[in-house]
Design a protein around this ligand. Structure first.
Ligand code: SF4
Ligand code: SF4
Length: 308
């Protein structure tokens, strides 16, 4: 890629060399074992350089600042805060419910790792010149990702929130039939006696919500062909912000559980992993750095192919 001296890449790699989770573990330990009521009291004390997991952190307080709101969820343990309404029910890999403190710890780590990985992904993606996430299978831009050969998929799906549908001025398919199926249903939705993905790019309203369908050879209409940059970068759909390295501390299952107030809440399974998608050129190029980052974070790295 000839990117050795790229400034963005250097910043991204520096972030990989300094994962925040060792600092999070330290703050959690100090908070739970010390006389502190508020997380802020701990953060105000971690002002000096510290070495953890073989990494020197020059300014722990500064590094932890973006994660303060999530760290404050620990205050539940000391009765300083109510349990977050969005805290899911968490089970281990044998389906056994986790104790509340352990569940809270994993929930905090999941959110912090997801936030950190989103930032690292955004920094590493740009300089690669790859647009794999913005095109259908076998598009003319595939060479930028380093892909060789032909992808098997007929289409790629970009799931959208209701509020994101208006970003795209594309035909909308919102019929009784589409509402009974999903993009992955087999047999697929038929339009004019053909599978939907044999038609052009369009927005579909499925049983599980809206999505943008990128059929074979297509390119997202928001991708600028000459610069290969997203025209709506600041307001791009949530799923376009998701990294190619996923925080997999917890995995959402299809189960729900009844909370003490009768509310049905999602069930997550503890995994303690980070998933890195092998299709992505920077994942391939920096697999050693990514592996080290994941291990320093106390997780297990899993490299996986996605699109081919
Ligand atoms: S909206 Fe932007 S980031 Fe998302 S697929 Fe289209 S060009 Fe890519
Ligand atoms: S595959 Fe990786 S480098 Fe390519 S567009 Fe997606 S995130 Fe960026």
């Amino acid at each position: 890629m000839g990117l050795e001296n790229n400034v963005e890449l250097t910043v991204g790699l520096d972030l990989l060399r300094q994962p925040v989770l060792p600092l999070v573990n330290m703050v959690e330990y100090l908070y739970l074992t010390g006389p502190f009521k508020k997380i802020d009291e701990v953060l105000n004390r971690v002002t000096k350089p510290v070495e953890l997991e073989g990494v020197q952190f020059e300014n722990p307080r500064q590094m932890l600042k973006p994660y303060k709101a999530v760290l404050q969820e620990f205050e539940v343990v000391k009765g300083e805060k109510k349990l977050a309404a969005n805290l899911p029910f968490i089970v281990d890999e044998k389906q056994k419910p986790l104790a509340r403190r352990q569940a809270l710890e994993l929930w905090v780590k999941q959110q912090i790792l997801a936030q950190e990985l989103e930032k690292i992904n955004s920094i590493l993606c740009g300089p690669c010149g790859c647009v794999l996430c913005c095109t259908g299978p076998n598009s003319e831009f595939d060479s930028f990702s380093g892909f060789k050969g032909k992808m098997k998929q007929e289409f790629f799906e970009i799931p959208l929130e209701d509020s994101e549908v208006d970003i795209f001025a594309l035909p909308r398919i919102d019929t009784v039939d589409s509402g009974k199926l999903t993009a992955q249903s087999n047999p697929p939705l038929q339009l004019d006696k053909m599978p939907f993905y044999k038609h052009g790019m369009a927005l579909y309203h499925w049983q599980n919500g809206w999505s943008l369908i990128l059929p074979e050879g297509s390119i997202c209409p928001k991708l600028l062909a000459d610069t290969k940059r997203c025209m709506v970068y600041e307001k791009r759909p949530e799923v376009c912000r998701k990294p190619q390295m996923f925080s997999y501390v917890l995995e959402k299952t299809s189960d729900t559980a009844k909370r003490s107030d009768g509310e049905l809440i999602p069930v997550y399974m503890a995994r303690n992993k980070v998933l890195a998608v092998w299709d992505c050129p920077y994942v391939r190029r920096y697999q050693d750095e990514i592996g080290a980052y994941v291990e320093m974070s106390g997780m297990e790295p899993v490299f996986k192919k996605s699109k081919k």
